[in-house]
Design a protein. Structure first.
Lengths: 440, 308
């Protein structure tokens, strides 16, 4: 008995949604939402220029909630292939000594995420130069920039002693979230690697080849690990511990050692970036990750061939169309038949749909590393209600002018509604506010 | 029975055994600990052999880790769960397995919890519910106001024998100070005495302190509010110091007696053995009086610690 009861009720509620699903007006109203969206997108002015809410959400991605609030990466183990040595504020001579010390532990590659602008004290520069010369497996940083000639690499006084180099640039707005990086850039006619690409080339040639074969101009960074006061998903060694030999002899052997600046002080933002792992998923104010840890995340991702896949744009649009269409059908049903409940139902449906579809996006991202772009779907759900009003006015005009037949009638006028009301909505298809020429 | 059927049955039996014993195999897994970071005197005991704990040292199921007072170690269990030990003592890895437990809630469950908490959270507005909106001090913090300053070098002292002054400086023209000695709880006062000098020799406290225990001290300008800063003194047992000293003494490098004393002085100072460092710096200077580095370091050391 119970199952019959449930089935009957389910059928009833499904009918609420599907009753108007195949109506011509439902299709056209859905299309109207997209037309509205496209027109809005084509306006070359940023209307959010003075809207703090929009500005705060400009850099927003629903998937960021997975990191910030849902502990997506809490159980990700420490990456044992990578060790980070904190250089702190060592001078050039001290850095030279540190490089030699690290090298004595026989790592496979040493990545130095520090660049040296100009010359300093000659004695200290000499010590550093000598360390670079001796350390054949060191990959250094180049300073790259885009100009009218394309991507160029700045000359540096240590170029002659650092054979392997890569640019450390990441892709993101000046005070924006770093979500992408470019594995290679063309410098003149040569393909020039990003520093992580250069490191991976030395460490795991197969992973390097796979990255190269992807032929992507930019890759999503699959952030999985962080290092802060609470969580440490990379092994970080302080330079003092390194110099005092407080490190097990096997810890660095045949591994990637990244030398760079790390600090755990929230107020120290030197070389810190905003990432999707920021505790604030909207309106990010304090950068959360040291640059060297961003590079470490890129290396882990490439070594594991753990790239993020993004669904093609047409999938996002198709989802938006189908989901928008179903919502439109539900909204029209309440708009025409139970107008008193229309706004309440629409708002509740919008709320639950946003919660549900945001969850779908997060779930797919968490389980399959696939980024579903739910943005259009959510826009369509949000706009559908307003567009119904616009659409009703438009088809009313079309009807008066050209006799266009529509399910939208005079539901606002109780008298007319009563006169024409029947269980079969098709019967008042031709009703208009001011009938001009009846043609039934 | 044909061969295909036989294979099928074998396959099923294999799967059955795998499915049946997999949970036991998991539960029988040993936790693996790795030393993530160490500070102070930390050692690992494995097969009754004690070695210095280093970053990256792996501890197996039979190992234990020993911490001296004031030291701490951060361990990583199964490459995922991190926890710190900061109380002196010996910890067997078998007793640490509870620290390996991880929170296994899924992203889906966390999402539902998050949505529910956000939807049901009601904090009101600042105008209507000020209690929820006053979680700020509204002023810059500069610690408690007091007119006594203690050199950070004296913030932690390991004492074995001899004497050193526990000294301070005053920002005012004060002539009298209140010196207090506390036990390791930092609250129970063992000694409170007014002093006219800006130091108290540790030898004056010997009747009150015992080897192996930790004490704290503070100094305040007389009649001013009590200084809340507590400075650490550990009375290190002679045997423990001797083990540590022997480990420092061992070196493969060829060095003269003066060089050895200078090196020991430096390392002991770094490890807060002030009185012992003093003796070795002094010996180095006596053994090689022409060495200006030794002389200069010894003079600076005496000046820094106000040793007359």
């Amino acid at each position: 008995m119970l199952h019959k009861h449930i089935a009957r009720h389910t059928k009833k509620y499904v009918k609420h949604i599907t009753k108007y699903l195949y109506e011509r007006d439902t299709f056209f109203a859905t299309i109207a939402v997209f037309v509205f969206l496209i027109v809005l997108g084509m306006i070359p002015i940023n209307f959010y220029v003075l809207n703090p809410m929009k500005l705060a959400l400009k850099d927003f991605d629903f998937n960021d909630i997975a990191y910030a609030k849902l502990e997506k990466t809490a159980d990700v183990p420490v990456d044992k292939r990578i060790v980070v040595v904190n250089t702190g504020h060592l001078d050039r001579a001290e850095l030279g000594f540190l490089i030699e010390k690290v090298s004595s532990y026989n790592p496979k590659v040493i990545g130095l995420d520090i660049y040296f602008a100009g010359t300093r004290e000659p004695d200290k520069d000499s010590i550093l130069r000598e360390a670079f010369k001796k350390t054949k497996n060191l990959v250094g940083v180049s300073v790259g920039a885009w100009d009218k000639h394309g991507f160029t690499i700045e000359k540096n006084n240590f170029d002659s002693v650092i054979a392997k180099r890569g640019y450390a640039n990441l892709i993101g707005e000046e005070i924006g979230t770093i979500r992408y990086y470019s594995p290679f850039e063309k410098v003149g006619h040569e393909k020039y690697p990003q520093i992580t690409t250069a490191i991976i080339k030395e460490f795991d040639h197969k992973a390097y080849e796979k990255l190269e074969k992807r032929h992507k101009e930019q890759e999503f960074i699959n952030y999985k690990r962080r290092v802060n006061n609470e969580v440490k998903q990379y092994q970080v060694i302080e330079s003092e511990d390194m110099m005092a030999d407080n490190v097990d002899s096997n810890l660095l052997k045949n591994k990637i050692v990244l030398l760079g600046y790390i600090n755990f002080d929230h107020n120290d933002v030197e070389d810190k970036k905003f990432t999707p792992m920021n505790d604030k998923f909207a309106g990010k104010a304090i950068p959360d990750m040291n640059g060297i840890i961003v590079q470490a995340n890129i290396i882990s991702m490439v070594l594991d061939t753990d790239y993020i896949h993004k669904t093609p744009k047409w999938v996002a649009w198709l989802m938006a169309i189908v989901i928008g269409w179903i919502h439109m059908s539900l909204f029209i049903r309440y708009y025409l038949e139970s107008h008193i409940w229309f706004h309440l139902v629409a708002k509740v449906a919008q709320l639950f749909s946003v919660i549900f579809f945001a969850y779908v996006g997060i779930f797919v991202f968490d389980k399959f590393e696939v980024k579903l772009d739910m943005k259009y779907t959510l826009y369509v759900i949000a706009l559908a209600v307003d567009v119904i009003y616009f659409y009703e006015a438009f088809v009313g005009w079309l009807h008066r002018k050209f006799g266009y037949q529509t399910i939208f009638g005079h539901h606002h006028n109780p008298l007319e509604h009563e006169k024409h009301h029947t269980n079969d909505h098709h019967k008042h298809e031709t009703t208009t506010h001011e009938p001009t020429h009846e043609h039934h | 029975m044909n061969i295909t059927n036989q294979k099928l049955i074998m396959k099923r039996i294999t799967y059955f055994f795998i499915a049946a014993f997999f949970p036991f195999a998991i539960s029988a897994q040993e936790n693996m600990f790795v030393v993530y970071s160490v500070k102070g005197t930390v050692s690992v005991v494995e097969n009754k052999v004690e070695t210095k704990a280093k970053i990256g040292t792996i501890l197996n199921g039979n190992s234990s880790i020993k911490l001296a007072a004031g030291s701490f170690a951060t361990l990583l269990c199964n490459e995922t769960k991190m926890f710190s030990l900061n109380k002196a003592g010996s910890y067997s890895t078998a007793n640490l397995k509870d620290s390996c437990k991880t929170n296994n809630s899924s992203v889906s469950a966390n999402y539902m919890k998050y949505i529910w908490s956000e939807m049901t959270k009601s904090k009101g507005t600042p105008e209507k519910n000020r209690k929820n909106y006053m979680a700020n001090v509204g002023a810059v913090g500069r610690g408690d106001i007091n007119n006594v300053w203690v050199d950070p070098r004296l913030d932690s002292v390991n004492y074995v024998s001899g004497t050193i002054p526990l000294s301070w400086k005053a920002y005012t023209e004060a002539e009298e100070f209140d010196f207090k000695l506390y036990d390791d709880s930092k609250t129970k006062i063992l000694l409170a005495k007014p002093v006219k000098k800006k130091h108290v020799n540790i030898s004056e406290l010997l009747k009150l302190i015992q080897p192996g225990k930790i004490y704290y001290w503070s100094a305040t300008v007389k009649d001013e509010p009590e200084n809340t800063a507590r400075h650490y003194v550990r009375y290190v047992p002679k045997e423990e110091y001797q083990t540590f000293f022997n480990s420092l003494k061992k070196t493969d490098a060829v060095e003269t007696e003066a060089e050895m004393n200078f090196r020991l002085g430096f390392v002991l100072e770094e490890n807060h053995y002030i009185a012992e460092a003093f003796n070795h710096y002094m010996k180095a200077t006596q053994l090689d009086p022409t060495n200006s580095l030794y002389r200069y370091t010894f003079m600076s050391f005496k000046k820094d610690f106000e040793i007359k």
